[in-house]
Every structure is written in structure tokens, then in C-alpha cells.
Design a protein around this ligand. Structure first.
Ligand SMILES: *[C@@H]1O[C@H](CO)[C@@H](O)[C@H](O)[C@H]1NC(C)=O
Ligand SMILES: *[C@@H]1O[C@H](CO)[C@@H](O)[C@H](O)[C@H]1NC(C)=O
Length: 344
């Protein structure tokens, strides 16, 4: 009797164990997704979505005593709906032209927006403090589009600003037409936005197009397979590293592609960087810092004839100026940017 009972329990548990094992195998017939937080989820069935797949954050153009702003669509040959937010200092002097700053937000070419609270608040402050027309370009993002679409958008925005030199034109903006100093156009951005600004200056440097006075790279997103000084050893495991093959999925050379590695194969000599001055801004607590400093040093020691400067925000982390727009470190960054734009 006892023996039979034992046998019965044994078969019962065997069935349970077999059920458990087949359950595990059943689960594994579909591969588990690759999650690259906070950017994307790859379901490994041909579908890749943004990690947060809801609507992009949007705040209306800010209205305050320091700045006016509005949303526009920039005419572009490569994209019909290239939107941007334009900021003009309040009460501009009608007899004086002021610099134009094209600004590109960050987010590894996947996330972020020119219309989010952080970016909108920050670019408004830049326009007010530096007394520039700031144009935050809402370039195309992954997964709907891949690199080089964002670079095409940046180029379209620059050509559009420069086209205001002709007296009137379709799609001219009255603020840029009246107040924009077209001999003083700057490009800037943070993280992947700085990557876009760099690529814009590279394209300007190849000639036959508009000019740029200066380039502002805040915590630029640059990659490369060969480790550089101050770059963490674990960096290849970082989401910033792993997301690149997705956002530039037609690009050759992976992290050494010229769009993300300024010294990668096929990249034109940095000596041809198409601007007169450069400001590289790093944050001390940032995995991207090492390569940004390396970039700055490579530019400085190249035959590039312009002026290069590097400033580091001590104790600050990646894109602190967007996450903490009212922090004293952000106030200093904006003052430094203002001095850069307004010095000769
Ligand atoms: C199922 O897949 C996961 C992750 O891909 C793996 O860690 C696990 O060992 C697999 N299980 C079996 C029973 O193969
Ligand atoms: C891939 O898997 C996800 C999640 O299960 C699903 O939403 C999506 O429709 C699938 N895509 C394809 C092409 O089967």
C-alpha cells in the first residue's frame, strides 16, 4: 500500500517536472526581446519600437517677458514636415541684426523633441541670454527614419536660413528675415544633436554651400571601436553604444562610420571643419566625456585654422542642462555659450 502510494506520487511529480521543462522550451521558441533602455525594444521578429512608445512630450511655445517663440515648418527638399521652434529675444532692436543659432536636441537619434519641456525651456533661455534667434529643429527620428535622415534635415534647415539673404522667398520667416545676421550662423546641440551639428560643419567644410561661424558641441555623442583615454572599459555595453547599429542600419563600418566617428574610415580630414570656432562642452560624470575631449584635442592639433575651446562642467552628468535648466551649472553653460556666440 505504502509502496503504491510512493509510486503514484513519483509519477505525479514526474509529470509536473516534464510539464515545467516543456514550458521552458515552449517559451524559448520565441526569442526574448533585446531591450536597449531608454531607447528601443527589438522584438527580434522584424519589429523594433521605441522603449517608450507613447506620444513625444510637447509643451506649447513658451511665452515670457524675455523671449517670443513660435512653431514653424521649414521648407525642405527631403522632408515635407520638418518642424522647428523659433525663439526671438523680446523687444529686439529693429536696427540691429543678431546671430542665428540652429539647435539640435539629443536622444541617440531615437528619442527627444524640440518641443519637450526641457529643451524648450533651455533654448528659450539661450535665445534670451545670448540675444540670438534660436531655431530648435525637430529632425526625424528612429524607427520611422534612420541616419542620415536627421543630417539631411539639419542641412535643409541651414540652407533655409541662408536663403533669407535673398530679399523675399517662399517660406521666408519674418523674424529671420528682419533680425537674422546671416554672416553669423551657428550650429549647436547636445549629445546626438551635437553629432548632427558636427556633421553639418563637416558638410559645410566640403564647400559649395552656406557658411557657419561656429560650432557648439555639448556632451557630443561620438563612438569608435578603438578605446580612447578616459573612455570607460565597459562602454561597449552601454545603451549609447548598442543603439547605433539600429539608428544607422544602412551605414557601413558600425561605430567607425564617419557619421558617428569623426576620425573613422571615409571621414574627411578634420582640418576642413567648416566653421571658424568651436566650443566643446563636457560633463565630468559622463561616459561620453573621454571621446569628446579626445575630439577636441584632435581638432586642436590638426591643421584646422579656427579657434577651439573646451569647458568642463565639474560634478555634472550627461545633458544636465536639459534635465536641470535652472541649475547654476546650466546658467554658467548658457553664459559660456553666449560669450562664445558674441565674441569675435
Ligand atoms: C531560454 O532562453 C534564455 C534567454 O535566451 C536562456 O537564458 C535560457 O537558458 C533558455 N532556456 C532553455 C531551457 O533553453
Ligand atoms: C513582433 O512581436 C511583437 C511583440 O510580441 C508584436 O507586437 C509584433 O506585432 C510582432 N511583429 C511581427 C512582424 O510579427
Amino acid at each position: 500500500m505504502a509502496k503504491n502510494h510512493l509510486l503514484l506520487s513519483f509519477s505525479f511529480f514526474s509529470v509536473l517536472i516534464i510539464a515545467q521543462i516543456s514550458h521552458i522550451f515552449a517559451k524559448n521558441t520565441s526569442k526574448s526581446p533585446i531591450v536597449i533602455q531608454p531607447y528601443i525594444i527589438d522584438y527580434r521578429n522584424g519589429t523594433v519600437t521605441k522603449y517608450y512608445n507613447g506620444p513625444a512630450s510637447f509643451v506649447p511655445p513658451p511665452i515670457d517677458s524675455q523671449v517670443q517663440s513660435k512653431d514653424i515648418v521649414i521648407p525642405s527638399p527631403s522632408y515635407h514636415n520638418l518642424r522647428a521652434r523659433v525663439f526671438l529675444p523680446a523687444r529686439p532692436d529693429p536696427s540691429r541684426k543678431i546671430p542665428v543659432l540652429l539647435y539640435f536636441h539629443g536622444g541617440a537619434f531615437c528619442i527627444g523633441s524640440a518641443f519637450g519641456w526641457g529643451d524648450s525651456h533651455y533654448v528659450a533661455k539661450v535665445a534670451a541670454e545670448a540675444r540670438v534667434i534660436a531655431i530648435a529643429v525637430d529632425y526625424r527620428l528612429y524607427p520611422d527614419f534612420t541616419v542620415p535622415a536627421p543630417l539631411e534635415d539639419a542641412w535643409a534647415a541651414l540652407e533655409w536660413v541662408a536663403a533669407h539673404a535673398s530679399r523675399a522667398g517662399p517660406g521666408h520667416d519674418p523674424w529671420v528675415a528682419q533680425y537674422g545676421h546671416l554672416g553669423r550662423i551657428f550650429a549647436g546641440g547636445d549629445s546626438s544633436g551635437a553629432t548632427i551639428a558636427h556633421n553639418l560643419a563637416v558638410r559645410v567644410g566640403m564647400g559649395h554651400g552656406p557658411h557657419l561661424s561656429g560650432l557648439f558641441l555639448a556632451m557630443p555623442y561620438f563612438l569608435g571601436s578603438k578605446r580612447v583615454p578616459l573612455e570607460p572599459k565597459w562602454f561597449p555595453f552601454s545603451p549609447n553604444y548598442k543603439v547605433w547599429p539600429y539608428v544607422c542600419n544602412h551605414c557601413k563600418g558600425g561605430v567607425n562610420n564617419k557619421f558617428i566617428n569623426p576620425f573613422g574610415r571615409g571621414a574627411p580630414s578634420i582640418a576642413h571643419l567648416g566653421c571658424k570656432k568651436l566650443l566643446v562642452y563636457t560633463a565630468e560624470v559622463d561616459e561620453l566625456r573621454g571621446r569628446a575631449i579626445w575630439y577636441y584635442k584632435r581638432v586642436r592639433t590638426s591643421r584646422w585654422p579656427g579657434q577651439a575651446r573646451w569647458i568642463e562642467a565639474k560634478g555634472q552628468s550627461h545633458i544636465f542642462h536639459i534635465s536641470k535648466p535652472d541649475d547654476p551649472a546650466t546658467t554658467k553653460l548658457i553664459r559660456d555659450l553666449s560669450a562664445f556666440v558674441n565674441s569675435n
